[in-house]
Design a protein around this ligand. Structure first.
Ligand SMILES: [Mn+2]
Length: 621
């Protein structure tokens, strides 16, 4: 490896494409360039973790464990790095310690050398199980601190220099091989980076890495100031997969530092060649890019510190609920909810937990509807938030909570039963190795569907997307050129072309794509978003129910899937008792009885899809 003063962790193959086009890059597009990237002399390359696990099984029909295995063979000289969400691993909830141990060991076995571990609430106890397993596997443990702010700049009562120095000291004492400051929303200002890294370097002996997204436009300036303050490692991506909501590009940094004591020693010509490759294949993924704005930076983040990805989630949730006009109320509610919930950093999964509660507070009244995840969070299952939770909110949220109304204060994962034996049992006859069992343990629904397809027991699930080739892109471009010149009309009028339409699933959206067959080639001719239409198509038609005067009707507040009814017909209920649990906005939502009485009818059953305002239950006085 080239000896260099400033070490570079390259993110192109993980955070780069995760940030820019929803993690859709396929392993087959990494293989041709991997041997060349291996020669670059990167300190490490992040290639796995984060959303890659979920996306490969759900959308790409790729075995998630194959990617590090393949890349390890092609890049034997470069340490491979993964992002691990602490006790959440690569999922969205805390897993039991035995799952964490098995996951880390298997990741090490398939080729991961450096584990970057972070926790959404910076509770160091959520690192314990992962750290133990990383040490056991004799791999590098890079423990990360989620960077967050409550003020426009570093400082204030919570997220100040002391907070981060204190956290880093704890992590170093625990045995971190290096420390990372993880600025996932690009909030870190250059001068704050300088002060923070200076302060950290005074007390931290292990190498320090800075991960700062480009989102707000400050990224490159921030890295430069961190370098001047003595940071050891910085995270970058090759230019085609850099900037926007990704990371600073490596190429200008190499030149900026040339001849200084921080010279990276990287070969600019080789980096240029690598970039050309990614430029060539990038059009395959252009459908997943956000090209709706001229600006490649999100200046809104500078004003309200809310990451763009989170805003687009809020917008889509409000749209689903038919209340897009209330977005400004949600913006006002969001910091209030965040403060009441102990000001957690906004990163998966806390960004969803806080964001969705803010939406529900606006739509249904403050804490009138509370998701299962918010209850778990307030109970302490995600760990200890950076600041105390508002005691009044805690009381409201935990009222009637099945685990108890007094929150736990111990390590969150101590409350969880071992899970591996059950996962092995559930995958008997399908799973052929521990990797398969873990795929199921992390994602019981989509993971199992993937495994069944992998072993030919079922066709690939409908969520799987067809890979686009550069040929497809060329045809699309030719088609578009024809549309622009008006020639396409003649094409369509000829009867020999068969028009068909396909449903395409992206995230939680459904598109209808019209396709024509021309000389054996498929040409897309139209794209329509049909999400709401298809939701109506799959929803079960509710049976007709007699409504008597005085009957309380419980409608679905938003579209979703019935998880379970908590009552039976004939049960007597009090106002506020849970009647039905509805999965919507990726959260489990308890719908309470609006008034006491007798359950007269339950209009659906578990697993049914419902539309907004569908009648879920009737309670008679
Ligand atoms: Mn990141």
């Amino acid at each position: 490896m080239i000896k260099s003063r400033l070490k570079i962790c390259d993110l192109t193959l993980r955070d780069g494409h995760q940030s820019l086009f929803a993690t859709r890059m396929r392993t087959s597009d990494m293989e041709p360039i991997a041997p060349e990237m291996n020669k670059a002399g990167f300190y490490s390359m992040e290639v796995w973790g984060g959303a890659t696990f979920d996306v490969t099984t759900r959308f790409l029909n790729e075995d998630p464990w194959d990617r590090p295995r393949i890349l390890k063979k092609l890049m034997p000289d470069t340490p491979l790095q993964m992002l691990l969400r602490g006790q959440n691993l690569v999922g969205y909830r805390n897993y039991a310690d035995d799952v964490v141990a098995a996951f880390v060991q298997h990741s090490a076995d398939v080729g991961i050398d450096v584990f970057r571990v972070f926790d959404a609430v910076n509770d160091e106890r959520n690192f314990e199980a992962g750290l133990k397993a990383i040490k056991k596997a004799k791999k590098h443990a890079q423990l990360a601190i989620s960077y967050s702010l409550t003020e426009p700049r570093l400082g204030g009562p919570l997220y100040n220099i002391e907070y981060f120095v204190n956290k880093a000291t704890i992590l170093q004492k625990m045995g971190a091989d290096s420390i990372c400051i993880k600025d996932m929303a690009g909030l870190m200002a250059p001068e704050d980076a300088y002060d923070l890294i200076k302060a950290l370097k005074k007390v931290i002996k292990v190498p320090i890495c800075l991960h700062s997204h480009y989102t707000s436009g400050m990224g490159s300036m921030t890295l430069l100031k961190a370098v001047e303050a003595g940071v050891d490692i910085v995270d970058t991506a090759l230019a085609p997969f850099a900037l926007r909501s990704s990371h600073p590009a490596i190429e200008p940094l190499v030149v900026a530092l040339q001849g200084t004591k921080w010279d990276t020693g990287l070969d600019l010509n080789l980096l240029f060649k690598l970039g050309e490759y990614f430029e060539k294949i990038a059009p395959k993924y252009r459908d997943f890019m956000d090209n709706t704005r001229m600006s490649v930076i999100d200046t809104g983040v500078l004003i309200h510190q809310i990451p763009g990805g989170m805003i687009s989630n809020l917008v889509s949730q409000l749209r689903e609920a038919g209340a897009l006009d209330r977005i400004n109320e949600v913006y006002e509610e969001l910091p209030r909810v965040r403060k009441e919930l102990g000001n957690p950093p906004l990163v998966t999964p806390t960004s969803q937990i806080v964001g969705i509660q803010a939406v529900q507070n606006v739509l249904f009244g403050r804490y009138k509807m509370i998701s299962g995840q918010v209850k778990d969070y307030v109970y302490g299952l995600y760990g200890k938030p950076p600041a105390p939770i508002d005691p009044d909110v805690q009381k409201i949220v935990l009222k009637g909570y099945e685990r108890g109304e007094t929150p736990i204060t111990g390590r969150a994962a101590d409350a969880l039963e071992p899970e591996m034996a059950k996962a092995e049992e559930a995958t008997r006859g399908i799973a052929r190795d521990i990797g398969d069992v873990l795929t199921y343990a992390l994602y019981p629904t989509t993971g199992l569907a993937f495994l069944k397809a992998k072993y030919g027991q079922a066709p690939p699930p409908p969520s799987v997307e067809k890979a686009k080739t550069l040929e497809d892109i060329k045809r699309e471009d030719e088609m578009m050129a024809k549309v622009k010149t008006g020639k396409v009309k003649d094409l369509v009028s000829e009867k020999k072309f068969k028009v068909r339409s396909f449903k395409v699933y992206m995230e939680d959206q459904v598109y209808s794509v019209g396709v024509e067959e021309v000389d054996g080639h498929m040409l897309p001719t139209s794209v329509t978003n049909v999400t709401s239409v298809s939701a109506q198509m799959v929803s079960v038609q509710p049976a007709k129910h007699e409504i008597a005067p005085g009957d309380e009707q419980i409608p679905a507040p938003m579209p979703g899937v019935i998880i379970r009814y908590d009552v039976k017909v004939g049960d007597t209920v009090k106002a506020g008792d849970s009647i039905v649990v509805l999965e919507a906005m990726k959260m489990d939502n308890t719908i309470p009885a609006p008034a006491g009485g007798k359950v007269k009818a339950l209009c659906f059953k578990a697993g049914d899809h419902v539309n907004r305002n569908d009648l879920l239950a009737i309670i008679s006085p």
